[in-house]
Design a protein around this ligand. Structure first.
Ligand SMILES: [Zn+2]
Length: 370
């Protein structure tokens, strides 16, 4: 049993980018590491350097042909037209870049190690893992591999039979749904924006009973997330009694994210994380989407704080503030005049609001299925 939560990170995220015009050009994991250290929240004893997964280990979900193609694309720095169409590598979403195998293999290696470290219980945070769109035989939606699927398989290999996967990223985790379709040991609960890419995850889509999909409308607020948490997520977890919970904590459902139209504050993420703690012997918190460098860095640092029992400071000292002032958001209007609170606070202003009827109705539909 782990005595304290562990943070699995890597320096590979600091210098690697998907390319200047890609949403994943912004630093994310390195911000969380720097900010957490500047706050005194990440002593060396709680930090683990992520190993890079060996190609063979990735075969737990991915086809050997695809894994070879991905490694080859990095070596060559290029893909053929045939590889592009078969494996979806070298596209706008899934570009060829310098660390296109090593970086995802580091995320995958981190989450698989987490499954091992959690064999006897505890809490692990892997903000660099969370690529929930990756398919067995192709890249998909910025995701070359599928960290959540590999994480759940590793947890199961190390003794956790029943696993609940909760996903609060703005996008539907189509790759995870494919990974556990019809599996009686895994329950996936996803809250995602309706009518948004990848356009899967309809309310009625049950994936053979393993998936509970809650599409939510634009403007989804903190009050609505609180109702989803208490009326759907927590009762389903209680009913299923999992031996492990995996939370994909993508931060692209936050108001200022450029890729979604949802309106959560990071207080919603904190409430979900806090509520899931202690509900199962093992808790693995992953990252995911999040494309505004300030929102994602502040959100995931707060998440790490919550896992350790630290409250966000009202105003930060000079050192953490310097980390946030050092970020830039080239090519996006949100980067032109960032508001002061992105530099000086970790906690967003709450965004409470009315709970809309369609959300109440959809929760009832899903509850009736359990
Ligand atoms: Zn997303």
């Amino acid at each position: 049993m782990l005595q304290r939560p562990l943070f699995i990170g890597s320096e590979i995220y600091r210098s690697s980018s998907y390319g200047g015009a890609h949403p994943l050009r912004v630093p994310r994991v390195s911000t969380v590491m720097d900010l957490s250290r500047a706050l005194g929240w990440l002593p060396d004893a709680q930090y683990v350097t992520s190993p890079r997964a060996k190609p063979k280990a990735l075969w737990a979900f991915h086809t050997p042909e695809y894994v070879s193609a991905l490694a080859r694309a990095e070596r060559r720095g290029d893909v053929s037209a045939a590889e592009r169409s078969q494996f979806h590598l070298g596209t706008h979403s899934n570009p060829v870049f310098g660390e296109m195998f090593r970086r995802p293999a580091t995320g995958a290696g981190g989450v698989m190690l987490a499954g091992e470290l959690l064999a006897h219980g505890g809490i692990v945070h892997v903000p660099g893992g969370g690529t929930h769109h990756g398919m067995p035989d192709r890249a998909n939606g910025f995701c070359y591999l599928n960290d959540p699927v590999l994480a759940i398989k590793s947890l199961q290999h190390h003794g956790a039979g029943r696993v609940v996967y909760v996903d609060i990223d703005a996008h539907h985790p189509d790759g995870v749904e494919v990974g556990f379709r019809g599996d009686p040991l895994v329950r996936m609960i996803s809250v995602h924006e309706e009518k948004r890419w990848p356009f899967t995850g309809a309310l009625e889509e049950a994936a053979g009973g393993s998936a509970f999909n809650l599409p939510v409308p634009r403007g989804f607020n903190d009050s609505e997330m609180r109702m989803v948490l208490h009326e759907l997520i927590l009762p389903l977890i209680e009913y299923f009694a999992p031996e492990a919970i995996v939370l994909q904590c993508g931060s692209d459902a936050i108001e200022e994210d450029p890729l979604s139209r949802l309106s959560l504050s990071n207080n919603a993420h904190v409430e979900v994380v806090h509520a899931l703690m202690g509900l199962a012997p093992r808790l693995l918190v992953l990252g995911g989407g999040g494309y505004n460098p300030w929102s994602v860095g502040r959100c995931w640092t707060r998440v790490w704080g919550v896992l350790n029992g630290f409250d966000a400071p009202e105003f930060m000292d000079a050192r953490p503030e310097r980390v946030l002032r050092g970020l830039s958001f080239e090519g996006n209007s949100r980067g032109r005049n960032p508001p002061e609170h992105w530099f000086r606070t970790l906690a967003d202003q709450p965004n409470e609001g009315p709970v809309r009827n369609e959300i109440r109705t959809r929760i009832k539909v899903l509850r009736a299925r359990s």
